[in-house]
Structure formats: structure tokens, C-alpha cells
Design a protein around this ligand. Structure first.
Ligand code: FES
Ligand code: FES
Length: 164
């Protein structure tokens, strides 16, 4: 077993994991945050997306030991204490999800995009969510949601990471 340290949603966590354990399984089973979904486990669907040191990462394609010392943001860390993050609110208002299985990964990808590119055009949005599959929405409402979030965050004058 390997003892590793992660800062998950701002809280320091020390866990013991086997060398072969995937980050997605460590987050769900050892940290106990099950909002990160397991889909394909082959790096294709994006359901397992989390932020690792601010970058969106498919957590099924990383070993937990490789993330030792990293800051991890999961879907549980996106909202503020009393209110949804603007990206979450926009997906709610623009019907950006149906079954919701893709949603945690999609939201973290969208948030990472808006952190580094506050005013993305449609091509940039499509490029960003290229690795996040949604079987329900047809993507039009997802595009609208991310555009809406960008507009609202620009109006509030706050970068995405501070808007929650
Ligand atoms: Fe990780 Fe599908 S579960 S990309
Ligand atoms: Fe069902 Fe995206 S809302 S997979």
C-alpha cells in the first residue's frame, strides 16, 4: 500500500492506496466522494473528469499515486456554501442535462474552460467538451449553458474560480 496526500476540494486528505488504483476509484472509495462518475474506464467518455491542480483530467486515466500532493476539485467542490456555481446555475437554467450522468465531468470541463478562457467562441467550447460524451442532450443545450455561464460571469466581473 502507498500513503498519499491529496487536497480535495480544499481539504487535506491522507489515504492508503494500492499502486494500481485509479484516481477515480480513490476519490470515490477512499475519499468517499461519489459525485465523480465511472463510465467507460478507458478515457473516452469524460464522466470521471476532475480538476487536478486546476487542469481537467480524466481520473480513470491517472493512478492515484500519480496525483500524490495534488489539489483535486470534484463536483462536490464546485458550488459555494449556499448557492450553485454560475456554471451549475446556467446548466440548470438552459436545460444542459437530462439524465445527468455526464454532468459532473461536463461541469468541471466547462469550469476549467471558463477559468482559462472567459469568453470562448463556439469552436473553443466544442473543442473543450470534445472528450465529454453526453448520450441525452444532443449538445445544443450544453453549448447554450456554457455560453450563458460565460456571459453571466463576465457581467459579474468574477473569474470562474472565484464565482462560487
Ligand atoms: Fe473516465 Fe470514461 S470513465 S473517461
Ligand atoms: Fe444524460 Fe448527458 S445528460 S448523458
Amino acid at each position: 500500500m502507498n500513503r498519499i496526500r491529496l487536497v480535495v476540494n480544499g481539504r487535506e486528505r491522507e489515504i492508503e492506496v494500492e499502486a494500481c488504483k485509479l484516481l477515480v476509484h480513490a476519490v470515490r472509495e477512499d475519499v468517499g466522494l461519489t459525485g465523480t462518475h465511472v463510465g467507460c474506464l478507458t478515457g473516452d467518455c469524460g464522466a470521471c473528469t476532475v480538476l487536478v491542480d486546476g487542469a481537467s483530467v480524466k481520473s480513470c486515466s491517472v493512478l492515484a499515486v500519480q496525483a500524490d500532493g495534488a489539489e483535486i476539485t470534484t463536483i462536490e467542490g464546485v458550488a459555494g456554501d449556499d448557492e450553485l456555481h454560475p456554471v451549475q446555475r446556467a446548466f440548470w437554467d438552459e436545460f444542459g442535462f437530462q439524465c445527468g450522468y455526464c454532468l459532473p465531468g461536463m461541469l468541471l470541463t466547462a469550469r476549467e474552460l471558463l477559468d482559462r478562457m472567459p469568453d470562448p467562441d463556439d469552436d473553443a467550447i466544442v473543442q473543450a467538451i470534445n472528450g465529454n460524451l453526453c448520450r441525452c442532450t444532443g449538445y445544443g443545450s450544453i453549448l447554450r449553458s456554457i455560453r450563458c455561464a460565460a456571459t453571466r460571469m463576465a457581467a459579474s466581473g468574477e473569474p470562474a474560480e472565484e464565482a462560487s
